[in-house]
Structure formats: structure tokens, C-alpha cells
Ligand binder design. Structure first.
Ligand code: ADP
Ligand code: AMP
Length: 228
């Protein structure tokens, strides 16, 4: 990907919302539609765990328990990924920042590169619905396309719509037991960032209890307006 659809400036967007709100689902769609790279710190950390890197080893147990990995580790991983050439045209930050320290670090990193966040979208959901969203989640092992047992099934059962793969995986931390810890971490440490971005005039709220395509329409409108 060598440029976003808006071309004249980097399109950096932050997605806020609790686990299960639909950040990854929407980020993948926006990436395809607008040419803005999805950067998920959860994906980067899972990769580090799978590879057994020092960061992965430090993060593994915290992730399994539904806590937040240290700012130091996450910011270092994010900084490395952000330096890659494909991020130059803009990034959809999915699952980052999650703490005030991370938000300050992101503002500074982007400012150093002469860019900045154009909108922070808060996906607004009811906590009570997140257990079902998270425990029903799966992804295609081949291409990473996301599915849900009830809300987003492949057109042909057991076959990925996107790549035709037949192997699907579920995350080890997607259990009913971890959901309350993950939601608690969200409310204690991440929800306050809504005020951080509201204070900068960047906050946009989207009703994410609606069906996936309606949420996409709301988000696309935000992106179009922010970059018009
Ligand atoms: P997050 O990245 O915020 O943790 P995901 O995008 O992985 O959340 O979505 C969690 C689960 O909920 C996935 O299985 C996804 O298919 C499903 N999902 C996402 N958005 C919606 C929606 N608006 N309505 C119903 N299910 C949804
Ligand atoms: P996610 O894929 O966004 O649901 O993240 C999965 C897990 O990775 C979280 O429950 C945290 O343990 C960890 N994680 C992901 N992003 C961050 C972050 N920005 N700060 C701290 N921990 C994170």
C-alpha cells in the first residue's frame, strides 16, 4: 500500500472501545476502503508471544489474565511498527493507546514525525453484550478475517469468505472468565482517554451496538469528514 485515499496527508486515527466493541472488525474494513494501515498492539503482542521474544515472554501471563502489558513494552513495540514504510500514509490505531502514558507517547511520536491524530473514534457499546461478542469470536487461520458464531458467520459454514481457508482459531484469552478483568482494565485505564481526545477536539462517538455494516457507515462518515 503506498498511499491513502486522501493522499495529501497521513490519516492517523485512534479507535477506542472495550474488548469486543468491534475495533478490529472495523479497522480491517477501513484499511481496505481507505488505504490506512491497521496497527493492533494486541496482534503485535500475540506475535511476540508466539515467537518467544523477551517482550512476548514478559507479556504472556499478563495477557492470559486479561491485564494490561506494561507501557514500556507496548510503546517500544508500537514505535518499531510505526517506523515501517507502510505506516507513512496513515495508521488506524486499534487497541492503542490504552493508558494516559501511552496516549502522551503517541502524541509525541506522531508530532516528532510531523503528523498527528485526525480523529479518535469511540465505539460505544454496553458492557453486558461484550461477553457474547468475545466468547463467540474466531478468526481465519489463513488470512485473519474475523468471524462470530452468531453475528458474522461465513457464507458457507466452515469456509472463510475471503480466502477459502477452512482452519479457524480462537484466542486463548477469549473466555468468559477474562472478560470482567479486561472490561475492568478498560474502564479504569482506557476510558479516561475519551476525555483526553475530547479535550483536543478529536473525539467522535459511534454507536457500536448496531449491526457491523451500520457501524462501518458511521465510521466511514467520521473518516470522510475528518479528512475532507
Ligand atoms: P475488538 O477488536 O474491539 O476486541 P472485534 O472486532 O474482534 O472486537 O469484535 C468482537 C467480535 O464481535 C467479533 O467476533 C466480531 O465479528 C463481532 N462484532 C464486531 N462488531 C459487531 C457488531 N457491530 N455487531 C455484532 N457483532 C460484532
Ligand atoms: P486486544 O487484541 O486489543 O484485545 O489485546 C489483547 C491483550 O493484549 C490485552 O488484554 C492486553 O493484555 C494486551 N494489550 C494489547 N494492547 C495493549 C496496550 N495498548 N497496552 C497494554 N496491553 C495491551
Amino acid at each position: 500500500m503506498d498511499g491513502n485515499r486522501f493522499d495529501d496527508r497521513p490519516a492517523d486515527l485512534v479507535l477506542l472501545g472495550p474488548p469486543g466493541a468491534g475495533k478490529g472488525t472495523q479497522a480491517r474494513i477501513l484499511q481496505e476502503r481507505f488505504g490506512i494501515v491497521q496497527l493492533s498492539t494486541g496482534d503485535l503482542l500475540r506475535e511476540a508471544v508466539a515467537q518467544g521474544t523477551p517482550a512476548g515472554l514478559a507479556a504472556k501471563d499478563v495477557m492470559a489474565a486479561g491485564g494490561l502489558v506494561s507501557d514500556e513494552i507496548v510503546i517500544a513495540i508500537l514505535r518499531d511498527r510505526l517506523a515501517a514504510p507502510d505506516c507513512a500514509a496513515g495508521v488506524i490505531f486499534d487497541g492503542f493507546p490504552r493508558t494516559a502514558v501511552q496516549a502522551e507517547a503517541l502524541d509525541a511520536l506522531l508530532a516528532d514525525a510531523g503528523r498527528g491524530i485526525v480523529a479518535a473514534v469511540s465505539l460505544e457499546v454496553d458492557d453486558a453484550a461484550m461477553v457474547a461478542r468475545i466468547t463467540g469470536r474466531s478468526t481465519c487461520a489463513g488470512c485473519g478475517e474475523g468471524y462470530h458464531d452468531d453475528f458474522k458467520r461465513p457464507a458457507v459454514a466452515g469456509v472463510c469468505d475471503r480466502c477459502g481457508g477452512t482452519a479457524f482459531k480462537r484466542r486463548a484469552d477469549d473466555t468468559a472468565e477474562t472478560v470482567s478483568a479486561r472490561l475492568a482494565a478498560y474502564h479504569a485505564q482506557t476510558a479516561p482517554l475519551i476525555d483526553h481526545y475530547a479535550g483536543q477536539g478529536l473525539l467522535r462517538r459511534v454507536d457500536a451496538m448496531a449491526p457491523i455494516d451500520e457501524v462501518t457507515a458511521g465510521m466511514a462518515a467520521v473518516v470522510e469528514t475528518a479528512l475532507a
